[in-house]
Design a protein around this ligand. Structure first.
Ligand code: BTN
Length: 236
């Protein structure tokens, strides 16, 4: 993979969105600091020094954007487990990584279709040595807090990229789905709270089934299917 690193940039995703046409497939952009990092739903993504902020460009990918994003998240979970020798990391649908009840990483994907070409940008943010801002304490956590020591972000990035490339070669859908299920913290029977996009109504229910790209819930005596939304596990 071709790597480009910035000391500071607005957002590695936004940079690739503006410039993807000048770079080959599998270009990776990382930065020490993002001044305008973004998360899902255009939320601010706190991206101070010490964290790992990077985006991978896929040009005309054969795999779907959801699959590419999933590969990146699964690989990140496994790398975090290996680095800490702890198993209490999990994926929260769609692509958040949690350590116990706190978020350590998020993934954001952008698809572009232009002039008969398609591009997919998958951006990952992992709290490594960065300070978790006071307003997120109790919600966010860093690898340094978990392991009690600092890590080298660029080594972690290299490890993730090697594993992502490995996942792309001879991609095996079933194998990745099994890995996703192994790490998913939302399982049939989990009690969850869901904030509906349309009207922001908050509802509580039980997960009936969690196929990879949706969640079937039982809410107020009826079955509801979620394909996008904000889901929180109730007993956290
Ligand atoms: C989320 O959980 O809401 C997704 C967070 C994604 C953050 C990463 S950091 C690198 C890339 N650049 C961004 O502006 N966002 C993504």
């Amino acid at each position: 993979m071709r790597k480009i690193h910035f000391d500071e940039i607005d957002s590695t995703n936004a940079y690739l969105e503006r410039n993807y046409m000048n770079f080959p497939d599998l270009t990776v952009v990382s930065a020490d600091v993002q001044t305008a990092g973004r998360g899902r739903l255009n939320r601010e993504w706190n991206s101070g020094k010490g964290g790992l902020w990077f985006s991978i460009l896929f040009r005309n990918p054969e795999l779907s954007p959801a699959t590419l994003q999933r590969i990146c998240s699964i690989v990140s979970v496994e790398v975090l487990m290996r680095l800490t020798e702890k198993r209490e990391f999990g994926l929260k649908w769609p692509n958040d990584i949690y350590y116990r009840d706190r978020k350590i990483s998020g993934c954001l994907q952008k698809n572009i279709f232009s002039g008969g070409e398609s591009a997919c940008i998958v951006g990952t943010g992992i709290n490594i040595n960065n300070e978790i801002p006071a307003e997120l304490s109790g919600k966010g956590i860093s690898l340094k807090q978990i392991a009690g020591k600092a890590f080298n972000c660029s080594e972690i990035l290299d490890t993730i990229l090697i594993d992502v490339e490995r996942g792309l070669v001879d991609y095996d859908e079933n194998e990745f789905l099994n890995r996703y299920r192994d790490y998913s913290i939302i399982r049939p029977g989990s009690e969850v709270t869901v904030k509906r996009f349309e009207d922001e109504r908050i509802m509580t229910g039980k997960v009936l089934e969690h196929p990879i790209d949706e969640i079937r819930l039982f809410i107020e005596d009826e079955e509801v299917v979620y394909r996008a939304g904000d889901i929180t596990l109730k007993d956290w």
